[in-house]
Design a protein around this ligand. Structure first.
Ligand code: NAD
Length: 295
């Protein structure tokens, strides 16, 4: 058996196209959604993310406001910028790129963002809305992962779901989304006993750990939907013999080839959950722009 690959790249492109179409319709009514992205410091990965976010925002027909602050920015200065963006009517979404430098407390900054502009969905008000089944802004990565699951298993009612990872950004909101779809949800984490056994009962298995290829083929229930959120950079074995080959490559938290032989459907890394994250950010910005205007 070979698992059906879930093509996150194509599904994300289709979502971006839908967002762009709705953005055009809003523009015709004089509404121009705007996303502000704040980058503090020079973290190379964050710079790439921010550049991609800005480019895709503009491609979707939205306004992009980029704020690049030096690495030694004080928390007070960052909070002042957030307050300005909260008050700016042209800004529908605010995203402060994480991680932040050590002198800034990320949670304080997250809590300063107006919940109706919190397109990352990290504010406790939005986390609470998700937990209580109220409409709100949902964190982009789990939202995207859920959309991928929907393409292969639209009815999840009564299924066993296991989420490995309990972060506020991925694991917890992912579990909430699966619970809202009537799955029986287990959240596994670094202290979970017999993790392989816990995983083996999952009809839907979501790995959000950050450990290269930790989930092995024999952890997977035959036919399960496997969503690999992990993004891990590891040495590329090909580079040992071929000087032209890249020194590193990206792998997920799931041993892909082994898992493919057992799972019913699986997301690759790269090209699975990753592309959905920015697409969902655009969808959230559109949602925020409409909600703020009562559309
Ligand atoms: P995190 O470090 O905040 O959380 C990791 C979680 O894994 C923790 O809850 C921890 O309990 C659990 N864990 C650690 N070791 C474990 C073990 N041995 N067994 C079981 N559980 C273990 O990370 P995060 O922000 O939630 O991100 C998780 C992964 O997802 C990372 O690889 C990250 O790069 C990736 N990620 C991808 C996207 C995307 O767009 N695709 C977005 C966010 C995060």
């Amino acid at each position: 058996m070979s698992a059906t690959p879930i093509d996150g790249k194509a599904i994300a492109a289709a979502l971006r196209a839908r967002v762009a179409e709705e953005t055009r319709a809003l523009a015709a009514r004089g509404v121009h959604p705007g996303l502000a992205v704040v980058l503090v410091g020079e973290d190379p990965a964050s710079r790439v993310y921010v550049r991609n976010k800005a480019a895709q925002t503009v491609e979707a027909g939205m306004r992009s406001f980029e704020h690049r602050l030096p690495a030694d920015t004080t928390q007070a200065d960052l909070l002042a910028l957030v307050a300005t963006l909260n008050a700016d009517d042209d800004v529908d979404g605010i995203l402060v790129q994480l991680p932040l430098p050590a002198q800034i407390d990320a949670q304080t900054v997250i809590e300063a963002i107006a919940p109706d502009k919190d397109v990352d969905g990290f504010h406790p008000v939005n986390a609470g809305r998700l937990a209580t089944g109220m409409p709100g802004l949902v964190p982009c990565t789990p939202l995207g992962a859920m959309m991928l699951i929907d393409t292969v298993r639209p009815d999840l009612s009564g299924l066993e779901a296991v989420v490995i990872g309990r972060s506020n950004i991925v694991g917890k909101p992912m579990a909430q989304l699966l619970l809202a779809r009537s799955c029986t949800v287990t959240i596994a984490h670094s202290r979970t006993r017999d993790l392989p056994d816990v995983c083996r009962r999952a009809d839907v298995l979501v790995a959000a750990v950050g450990r290269p290829e930790m989930v092995r083929g024999d952890w997977i229930k035959p036919g399960a939907v496997v969503i690999d959120v992990g993004i891990n950079r590891v040495p590329n074995p090909a580079a040992e013999h071929d000087p032209a080959a890249k020194k590193t490559r990206l792998v997920g938290d799931v041993a892909f080839a082994e898992a493919c032989a057992v799972a019913g459907a699986i997301t690759p890394v790269p090209g699975g959950v990753g592309p959905m994250t920015i697409a969902c950010l655009l969808a959230n910005t559109l949602q925020a722009a409409k909600a703020r205007r009562g559309i």
